[in-house]
Design a binder for this molecule. Structure first.
Ligand code: CO8
Length: 258
């Protein structure tokens, strides 16, 4: 499959998608988002892939949705055209873990895309923000919803109302990113984390993802029930038998994804 706005490769059970519109700081055009969705679904369907990494360039993960593309839109263009839902939410259908490896700007839709991933590894150069207010719009792909859940209401309000950026240190303190690494080690670290995940049992990793995501959609009691049902179902898998047997035999497990 050849793409115009992204680069796609496979490295040792890890699918890597690089956003690639360097002249526009990886602005997330409609075409780019459609390609990203296609590539994500292809990796999700590939049994040889256990984890996916989305990254950008040194300068920008993505500087937002494509402003030039949006500038002339009318209400009916965005409403009838299912703007956002048409191709921005494809990533939510991906069942395998997805890591965002962020260097440089992750602004507006770029920050929202990173937040749609399962976790964010940030280079020390990363800068996050929801500057939409400066363009006369509000965030439209989760900036007012996922951001407060990730960093608290106070910080989300501060960022979305002033449009200011926060650096990697502030983002880690606030809980938006799971770790910060030196910019020149970003891909090495992200790929190592992805390979660690890809070596686990795929169905069990999918259950972990599903169950953690459930925490955002349910009460604690309902979430606990959901987790328990998935936990019980682990005991119907070959990989649970293998994982525990390998521990007892003091050897690494060989998961069969079954
Ligand atoms: N869209 C289109 N082009 C962009 C974007 C963008 N979001 N960001 C940068 N570019 C382009 C610039 O126009 C410029 O192009 P050219 O060289 O042809 O003039 C090129 O990229 C380089 O940018 P700059 O010269 O501005 O680079 P600087 O290093 O001076 O500044 C910044 C970098 C600070 C990142 C600056 O480019 C900037 O502020 N960009 C816009 C950031 C922004 O406002 N993002 C939010 C966009 S709105 C949004 O994301 C809404 C999401 C809604 C959900 C999704 C709906 C589909």
């Amino acid at each position: 499959m050849s793409y115009e706005n992204i680069l796609v490769e496979t490295q040792d059970k890890v699918g890597v998608i690089r956003l690639n519109r360097p002249k526009a700081l990886n602005a997330l055009s409609d075409a780019l988002m459609s390609e990203l969705g296609e590539a994500l679904l292809a990796f999700d369907a590939d049994d040889g892939i256990g984890c996916i990494v989305i990254t950008g360039s040194e300068k920008a993960f993505a500087a937002g949705a494509d402003i030039t593309g949006m500038a002339g839109y009318s209400y009916m263009d965005v409403f009838k055209g299912e703007f956002i839902t048409r191709n921005w939410e494809t990533i939510r259908r991906v069942r395998k873990p997805v890591i965002a490896a962020v260097a440089g700007y992750a602004l507006g839709g770029g920050c929202e895309l990173a937040m749609m991933c399962d976790f964010i590894i940030a280079a020390d150069t990363a800068r996050f923000g929801q500057p939409e207010i400066k363009l006369g719009i509000i965030p439209g792909a989760g900036g007012t919803q996922r951001l407060p859940r990730a960093v608290s209401k106070a910080k989300a309000m501060d960022l979305a109302l002033t449009g200011r950026m926060m650096d990697a240190e502030e983002a880690e303190r606030a809980g938006l990113v799971s770790r910060i690494v030196a910019a020149d080690k970003l891909m090495e670290e992200a790929l190592a984390a992805a390979k660690t995940i890809a070596d686990m049992s795929q169905p069990i990793a999918m259950m972990v993802k599903d169950s953690v995501n459930r925490a955002y959609e349910s009460t604690l009691a309902d979430g606990m029930k959901y987790e328990r049902a998935l936990f019980y179902s682990c005991f119907a898998t070959d990989d649970q038998k293998e994982g525990m047997k390998a521990f007892i035999e003091k050897r690494p497990p060989v998961f069969k994804n079954s």
